[in-house]
Design a protein around this ligand. Structure first.
Ligand SMILES: Cc1cc2nc3c(=O)[nH]c(=O)nc-3n(C[C@H](O)[C@H](O)[C@H](O)COP(=O)(O)OP(=O)(O)OC[C@H]3O[C@@H](n4cnc5c(N)ncnc54)[C@H](O)[C@@H]3O)c2cc1C
Ligand code: FES
Length: 496
């Protein structure tokens, strides 16, 4: 059961037939989220022959499930970067995001895509949160975001302890935006193939790409799958997959004036849509595959909204995930040092609309001999990344524990007690072959519980009826097909 975001209701896009990648190209871009479609559009405009290949459909990854605030002010992310890096890194990060926002705003104006101006707020509700928000204001100023200011009274219908604000930011409909970007790429000669999953990328001159239905070669391949699908480079060990929830509510008058994110936990994100007729509430995030019950996270978001916005009527609920690198900085550049034929981009810590566009500008600059002074902060192999190592080691330690825990967790099968409708569980009744057993729509399925990426043991997600891997965030539907994450093959059927 895929929980589809409200954006897919607003954009009634025609169904697409699965395509097949073939031919020889200057550049193959893998993944059609905000990063991939912007990269394809930029390179096609510059006259490169470009194929953009997408496993599902344009925008169907994190981009289409996003709340799509386009903002330089990003919760408490600037102070997170400031704790790990020099002020010059902070300034370059701000510059990258400024350029991403300006490019996206210009694109929207030129292509008639709605891009609404809003003030962005990070607010606090406790004394501790107030100190975090104060630190965020200092970090924004240190990063050169001089327009950021303090307010004791952000316009919210509940008590706060202050907020930092940044005027003149933007919000978009992400599905409408990526559809327009893909149309622009096509107009400039790019070929967009949907419904063909890349399985393998190998070779150098040229690089060969093998997909579910075909294959092709290119001088350069850009892997824009958020978490790179290729194991080389070890990106999966540098970033944590973070799943979070969103609910759309219909309100009889605009419920909020601005875009809001709480500094205190559990995180609460607010914005409007449809000219104020919809209130979007997000938050309650956790590491993918690590929740006791995903459904409970959705319920807690629901309960919070009913308490603070009584009368709001729910229209849609969904969930999505993004990757948070230990360094706090996106990774944009070669998969391995010096490998300019194979580039990756992702890891935006839930701020992909400015960062993803900046990443596309950086990739295009790299391939077209352009130069953005700020782009070096995204370099995945810069020595400053070492400052993120303690966090990465911690994240890897958690992964190691998950790995061992998943394999060793002794759950004795209860004879005759299959999972209830909508439930799933991992059985360990065969040595070394854990079974993922679930019942959905009356059908019980037994799959291998071993994630096809690097062998983690998957867990049942009771909100979306999927198997989620706690290691690097691969997700599979109840039939075992890949939904998202670095895995490129589905869970195998477990033979009796
Ligand atoms: C709940 C939530 C709310 C968010 N809100 C905001 C916000 O308000 N503002 C903001 O700036 N950011 C926000 N973000 C973050 C932002 O949405 C992401 O950072 C951004 O969309 C990532 O874009 P992407 O193109 O890198 O990845 P994706 O959108 O995930 O695109 C990657 C694409 O690659 C495809 N793919 C994967 N594997 C393969 C393969 N093997 N072959 C072919 N294709 C493949 C996928 O199907 C997918 O379409 C939010 C994130 C979440 C989870
Ligand atoms: S996602 Fe890497 S092992 Fe499952």
């Amino acid at each position: 059961m895929v929980l589809r975001s409200v954006w897919w209701d607003r954009n009634e896009l025609p169904e697409v037939e699965p395509g097949r990648l073939s031919g020889e190209w200057d550049v193959i871009v893998v993944g059609a989220g905000i990063t991939g479609v912007t990269t394809a559009a930029l390179l096609a405009r510059a006259g490169r022959s470009v194929a953009l290949v997408e496993a599902r459909r344009v925008g169907s990854g994190t981009t289409g499930g996003s709340t799509a605030k386009v903002s330089i002010q990003q919760g408490t992310h600037f102070s997170r970067i400031a704790r790990r890096h020099r002020p010059s890194v902070l300034r370059s990060y701000a510059e990258a995001n400024r350029e991403g926002l300006a490019w996206l705003d210009r694109f929207c104006r030129e292509h008639d895509v709605a891009c609404e101006a809003r003030t962005s707020y990070t607010y606090a509700t406790t004394a501790k949160g107030r100190r975090s928000v104060r630190a965020e204001l200092d970090a924004l100023h240190a990063g050169g975001v001089a327009e950021a200011a303090w307010t004791d009274g952000p316009p919210l219908p509940f008590q706060t302890t202050g907020a930092v604000l940044l005027p003149d930011q933007r919000q978009v409909d992400p599905v409408a935006l990526v559809a327009a970007l893909a149309a622009d790429a096509r107009r400039h000669g790019a070929v967009v193939i949907e419904g063909d999953r890349v399985r393998r990328v190998h070779g150098r001159h040229p690089v060969r790409v093998r997909t579910e239905h075909g294959g092709a070669s290119a001088r350069t391949v850009v892997v824009a799958t958020n978490m790179p699908i290729l194991d080389r480079g070890g990106f999966f060990a540098r970033a944590t997959p973070q799943r979070s929830y969103s609910i759309a509510f219909r309100t009889d008058r605009p419920a909020v004036d601005g875009m809001f994110l709480s500094a205190d936990g559990p995180t609460r994100s607010l914005r409007d849509a449809d000219g104020g007729r919809l209130l979007l509430v997000g938050g309650d995030g956790h590491r993918t595959g690590a929740a006791t019950s995903e459904q409970q996270h959705l319920e807690s978001l629901r309960a919070w909204t009913h308490e603070h916005f009584p009368g709001a009527e729910e229209t849609r609920a969904w969930s999505a995930q993004d990757y948070a690198p230990a360094s706090g900085l996106p990774y944009v550049g070669p998969l391995l040092p010096g490998a300019e034929h194979l580039l990756v981009a992702g890891g935006y810590s839930k701020w992909g609309f400015t960062n993803g566009v900046a990443a596309a500008l950086a990739v295009a600059g790299r391939l077209l001999d352009g130069h953005q002074p700020w782009a070096s902060v995204f370099d995945p192999w810069a020595t400053r990344r070492l400052t993120g190592l303690p966090g990465a080691a911690l994240a890897n330690g958690e992964v190691g524990l998950e790995m061992a825990g998943g394999w060793l967790r002794p759950l004795r099968p209860r004879p005759g007690s299959g999972p209830a409708e909508g439930a799933g569980r991992v059985r360990y009744d065969r040595p070394g072959r854990p079974t993922a057993a679930a019942r959905v729509d009356g059908v019980e399925r037994d799959l291998s519980a071993v994630c096809t990426h690097l062998g983690g043991v998957v867990r049942w997600n009771d909100a979306e009826h999927s198997w989620d891997c706690p290691l690097h965030g691969s997700r599979f539907d109840a039939d075992g097909a890949v939904l998202e994450g670095p895995a490129t093959c589905g869970l195998r059927r477990q033979r009796s």
